[in-house]
Design a protein around this ligand. Structure first.
Ligand SMILES: Cc1ncc(COP(=O)(O)O)c(C=O)c1O
Length: 524
């Protein structure tokens, strides 16, 4: 059997086009990097030390800060994950109260666990078109901070995986008024601020700590990321915690990749983003006539199924940011404030299959098998594609043509009229909004002894697991929360409907890890 290396070589030698991460899209011309083995060194003389940068790596940090307009920036080689863990650790002391957006990435929960923080959750708004999370409303953050004035840190994700950005500026003002700090997980927004067609970065909107995955939306290798800090007083602690969570042998290949990515943006950012936005504009325009598949436009959230046509993708405000971040207000007056949508990242392409008789997964397989196009993600009602400045005109045209052809095929087969809505296309409104009762802190639950029980027997027990429904990816249960009978019934129902529930165990995925008793410490 071919090993991983051979399989990767064989796969990448084929003509699959990546509509997924990493953002370099295997575009070797743009990456300007050759053989990685030849530059894979350790900290030898003349190459500085990531954990105590004084020379070339310090200059890399300074260039990152200049490029993004941050007070200080730290290149990361262990992904945004390490940056989020370090940011949470630097901004809190064990036992502190932290206000967390419930749709946070696992690393945020893990940060709360390892620091034994007391979490309070803010729920994102629900959307109507497809089951994804909307934004976080500033007034909800305000309400919770007034209720919990001892909160030390607020953590939100903006943009979401699908590209919905919250009003970070308003949230930062509220957080600072309450003497707390704001950490924004901007893992999906490393390209923000380079062109007025994309949202403004949280770096420029008053957030204190901002973490971005360079590898997700820019031409950089997997695990390359950056942490920006706008609070001088946090830097000592950040440096310390970055050394805790990052490798003591940081990859020079990854760091060189970050350097090349930054250089590209410094030298050609303006023209690359200009070209990219024109390509995107053409891509969206070419799909205006889709009859069945729908390109979701989150800005139209208030208008029922507005995603059926692409409207108002205006790029007339073409002042190009180049390598300087521009400070702009969203160009469009976005309806749907109650959905917490402040701005939308149109680099993410969300294709709704609602009402077509096709699932997102089936669309994903069709694109892979028939057109050799690989998507980022698929769910029952939609699929997600990611683009970046590394996309080629040929690649995006191929994707647009494939979608057009599948759309025509849907019509030819008459699936729309003959196939009724699938049963797994449930109403998103079913999703329980309020969280479960917190009995143990996530960190305490992590340290407790646990056992595995069948789902129905878990009612009344304390969860030792993360249980999430996907989409929208808000955990139904976090370790330490009481499992109530209604929630068990809900989990069984959506599981039977074919919706992905992560965190369950057992051969039939019908078991759940629970804390023994009231939380017997693992250490006795
Ligand atoms: C919202 C969000 N935050 C953080 C991360 C972690 O990023 P990384 O893969 O760079 O560690 C992810 C990864 O998917 C993410 O989607």
């Amino acid at each position: 059997m071919a090993g991983l290396y051979e399989q990767l070589i064989s796969y990448t030698n084929e003509d699959y086009y990546p509509m997924h991460m990493p953002g370099h899209k295997r575009n070797m011309e743009l990456m300007r990097m050759g053989n990685p083995i030849g530059i894979d060194i350790t900290e030898i003389e003349g190459f500085d030390n990531l954990h105590q940068p004084e020379d070339i790596l310090r200059s890399l940090s300074e260039r990152l800060a200049e490029l993004y307009g941050a007070k200080k920036s730290y290149p990361l080689v262990n992904g945004s994950t390490a940056g989020i863990l370090a940011g949470i650790s630097a901004a809190t002391s064990p036992g502190d109260m932290v206000l967390i957006a419930r749709n946070s990435h696992k690393s945020v929960y893990h940060g709360a666990m390892v620091r034994n923080l007391r979490p309070v959750y803010c729920y994102p708004q629900k959307l109507g078109q497809i089951p994804v999370n909307g934004g976080i409303l500033p007034e909800n953050i305000e309400g919770l901070l007034i209720k919990h004035p001892e909160t030390r840190l607020v953590v939100i994700t903006s943009p979401t995986y699908e590209g919905i950005a919250s009003d970070v500026r308003a949230i930062a003002e509220i957080v600072h008024r309450q003497n707390a700090l704001l950490l924004v997980d901007e893992a999906h927004g490393a390209h923000f601020g380079f062109h007025s067609a994309f949202p403004e970065s949280a770096v420029m909107q008053g957030a204190d700590i901002i973490i971005q995955s360079l590898h997700k939306t820019l031409p950089a290798m997997t695990q390359s990321a950056v942490l920006h800090c706008n609070r001088e007083e946090l830097n000592g602690r950040l440096q310390k915690y970055l050394a805790v969570y990052q490798s003591s042998s940081p990859s020079y290949v990854l760091m060189a990749g970050i350097d090349q990515c930054i250089k590209l943006l410094e030298e050609q950012g303006k023209e690359l983003f200009e070209k990219y936005t024109v390509l995107l504009q053409e891509f969206y325009a070419s799909l205006q006539d889709l009859r069945f598949l729908k390109i979701v436009d989150f800005r139209m959230e208030d208008q029922e199924l507005a995603g059926h046509k692409i409207v108002d993708y205006k790029m007339e405000d073409q002042e190009l940011a180049g390598h300087k971040i521009i400070n702009h207000k969203p160009a469009n007056n976005i309806p749907g404030e109650k959905h917490g949508i402040y701005d939308v990242d149109r680099s993410k392409i969300t294709v709704s299959v609602r009402g077509t008789g096709l699932t997102g997964h089936e669309l994903q397989v069709l694109l892979r098998e028939k057109y050799h196009i690989e998507l980022e993600m698929a769910a029952s009602e939609y699929a997600l594609a990611m683009t970046s400045i590394a996309d080629t005109e040929e690649g995006l045209t191929r994707f647009a043509k494939a979608l057009g052809s599948i759309d025509r095929m849907l019509g030819d087969r008459g699936r729309i009229s003959s196939v009724k809505e699938r049963t797994d296309c449930r109403e998103y409104g079913d999703f329980p909004k309020a969280g479960a009762e917190l009995i143990l802190l996530p960190g305490e639950a992590m340290e407790s002894q646990s056992e595995t029980v069948k789902l129905p027997e878990s009612a009344g027990r304390i969860s030792a697991a993360f249980i999430s429904q996907f989409p929208p990816g808000v955990p139904l249960l976090v370790p330490g929360e009481r499992i109530d009978a209604e929630l068990v019934r809900y989990i069984e129902k959506v599981k039977n409907e074919g919706i992905t529930i992560t965190g369950l165990t057992g051969i039939g995925m019908d078991e759940l890890e629970v804390v023994i008793g009231k939380g017997t410490s693992f250490h006795g």
